[in-house]
Design a protein around this ligand. Sequence first.
Ligand SMILES: Cc1ncc(COP(=O)(O)O)c(C=O)c1O
Length: 381
Amino acid sequence: MLLQLQESKIREVANAGIGRDDVLPFWFGESDEVTPDFISQAASDALQRGETFYTHNLGLPELREAIAQYTSALHGPVSSARIAVTSGGVNALMLAVQALVDAGDEVVVLTPVWPNLTAQPLIMGAVLRCVPLRPEGGAWVLDLDALLAAVTARTKLLVLNAPNNPTGWTLSAQEQQRILAHCRQTGTWILADEVYERLYYEPSANACAPSFLDLAKADDRLVVAHSFSKSFLMTGWRLGWLVMPADLTPQLGKLIEFNTSCAPVFVQRAGLVALQRHQEVTPRVVAHLRQCRDTLVPLLQALPGVQVSPAPGGMYAFFKLQGCDDSLDTAKRLVHEAGLGLAPGNAFAPEANGWLRWCFASRELQRLHEGAARLRRWLQL
Ligand SMILES: Cc1ncc(COP(=O)(O)O)c(C=O)c1O
């Protein structure tokens, strides 16, 4: 099985250019802005106090409570009995898949998608069925009937990531309602990767993308994965969480014991402060990311042969480049010939070959202008 796992094509491109100061990197999904001081300070303080020991498998009770309150404010009541603290979003998702999928189980995944979400079920020996979004102009759209037709009583798990990496596509509340109703009938679990829920640029009452948690009952077969990485500028800290039905939480605790035992305690302390003072971080991050999106997308749209629409959520411009029939090859050439580091579309699904992903989370807007100028020059426009 391990041999079937593909090496990341994003890494393949980055390895070609990492450490070269003539390359402007936009390949990974993270901001180049460091974590706010008050969050780092909370970790230092915890270390100074001697907080260097294991915690409960499911996390510090006060952090679980803070996550429950944060989630409840966005989506309606969620108790801390439904929360597990994890070592990042990646770990949250892997734990959920370990908990829900046995070898031979059928898992349906909507693509294009961040490659971890297809790799994790494969690691568990699942039979994977991918349902593609459909490109329309520079955007991607969901054929809901095709998705629902693919999810049957044989489907153990449906994996959805919205707002989506790489396409920026998001699910509407109406679509979530139909998916939930369908999965109730088929007995299928939903694993919703909502790590980008706060990076949402459409008008909304709670500055948040539509979530399955807005609609589901506490005992629905729904697990939602979250992360501190994106909305709190904490990628390197490796902290995330899961929301699930309360009777699954103790089972998750057992799995955490055998994976990581717990998230590092001083990292959890930092996470607690991040949540307590989230209003000082997230709205500013999102306002800046909107500016980044609104800077980059028009620059790309002005290039003949480029098709792209402003994403309603996430931190990526995903664009189709005319004449590019091998994204990996094009991305490598862009590194070598243009000094521009982008992620290849075929890292996310075969149907996204010909597309490139640009992470627009850049502290300096000027970097986006410079990157677009490099692309323009490379296209010899
Ligand atoms: C769709 C999606 N889910 C989850 C994650 C996990 O992030 P982390 O492990 O940093 O919390 C990422 C990171 O890029 C992502 O793009």
